[in-house]
Design a protein around this ligand. Structure first.
Ligand code: SF4
Length: 346
């Protein structure tokens, strides 16, 4: 039985990412405005979706939507004045780029920050722990430029001017939330970037008309997350084979499943065996720390060992203040990103 609680959100959210208007222009959904332009062309020209989201991905998407009101209520508890959109009848906004292009969407909410600030658009996102940390550290333009573009379009569409916008995000792991203010000047730049990104697509439309077979170039590589999540990937890359799992290098012998199973069992056994000694070690160190503090010593010979009380300092960076103070390009020079790979067994 279908109940009210299992009803999906109103259909306005389910419209295609791009479509042609009766006036002969192109209309693009704000949430897809910085995505692959070939995907937008497939959508606008009515290509059938060949790769819909898997049930697992659908669940993640629905969980994200369901958590939006949770974030907004948390903001209210923190002193914000929030006016959420009516999920069944959200306010539509649109931004025109000349005669040929309109970018449209629906505002999640508007809000007023505690103590200062005028009303802003609030764009709500949910992120896994790694993506949340990345967003806090790198800032929205670098980690989620699509969200900045969305908030910028909603802002201009709602207020008719490029004023400050707010992106609020929830960490789905810790349930912590945070926000970033996108100042008006960055909203203006995001709007310009949307126009520049979509201009070749409108030019393509002007040149070939709504021809489903005249495809624009691909914007992303086969191994990208954009292609992996693309609803038209089978159409776009019919010859693409599922990527083989990474191996350590050409010379590394293949690891069989039996070997991997033996490794995970060995890891679990070693992990279990270490639990007790690790606990005893921690307890002994706590006792020694208390003893050293009691004596006011930093180094002490004891039982043939040297016990030292070592002081370390940790320095914290307030990324929200840093992000607000610096332009994204300057930030990119200061806050850099390194990638490493490791195995975690849980
Ligand atoms: S498969 Fe990749 S390149 Fe092709 S349309 Fe989709 S996102 Fe674009």
């Amino acid at each position: 039985m279908t109940t009210q609680a299992t009803q999906p959100r109103e259909d306005v959210y389910a419209r295609p990412s791009a479509r042609f208007t009766d006036a002969g222009g192109l209309e693009v959904r704000a949430s897809a405005a910085t995505g692959c332009r070939r995907t937008l062309w497939y959508a606008a020209t009515g290509h059938p979706v060949t790769d819909p989201p898997t049930p697992e991905v659908q669940t993640v998407l629905e969980a994200g939507n369901a958590l939006e009101p949770v974030v907004l209520r948390a903001m209210e508890r923190a002193g914000w004045t929030i006016t959420p959109a009516d999920p069944q009848a959200p306010q539509a906004v649109s931004v025109r780029y000349g005669d040929a292009l309109t970018v449209t969407g629906h505002v999640d909410a508007v809000g007023v920050m505690p103590l200062f600030g005028g009303e802003t658009v609030v764009e709500v996102k949910t992120r896994g722990p790694d993506a949340f940390k990345r967003w806090q550290t790198l800032g929205a333009e670098r980690s989620h430029p699509g969200a900045v573009a969305q908030a910028a379009v909603y802002t201009l569409g709602r207020y008719g001017e490029a004023r400050d916008a707010v992106i609020a995000a929830l960490d789905t792991g810790s349930r912590a939330w945070d926000f970033e203010v996108i100042p008006a000047v960055r909203v203006t730049r995001a709007l310009e970037r949307v126009g520049q990104w979509l201009a070749p697509l409108t030019a393509h439309h002007a040149a070939v008309g709504p021809d489903p077979d005249a495809l624009p170039d691909r914007d992303f590589d086969a191994g990208s997350w954009q292609c992996a999540a693309c609803p038209f990937v089978t159409t776009c890359r019919p010859d693409a084979v599922s990527p083989e799992p990474d191996t350590e290098g050409d010379d590394a012998p293949p690891v069989t499943e039996a070997k991997a199973l033996a490794a995970v069992a060995a890891y679990a056994e070693a992990h279990e065996a270490l639990k007790e000694p690790e606990g005893a070690k921690r307890e002994a160190l706590d006792t020694l720390k208390a003893w050293m503090r009691q004596r006011g010593e930093t180094k002490q010979a004891l039982g043939g060992h040297t016990v030292s009380l070592v002081q370390s300092h940790r320095y914290a960076v307030d990324y929200r203040k840093l992000n607000a103070a610096l332009a994204p390009e300057v930030r990119a020079e200061i806050v850099t990103e390194q990638e490493s790979e490791y195995v975690r067994v849980t």
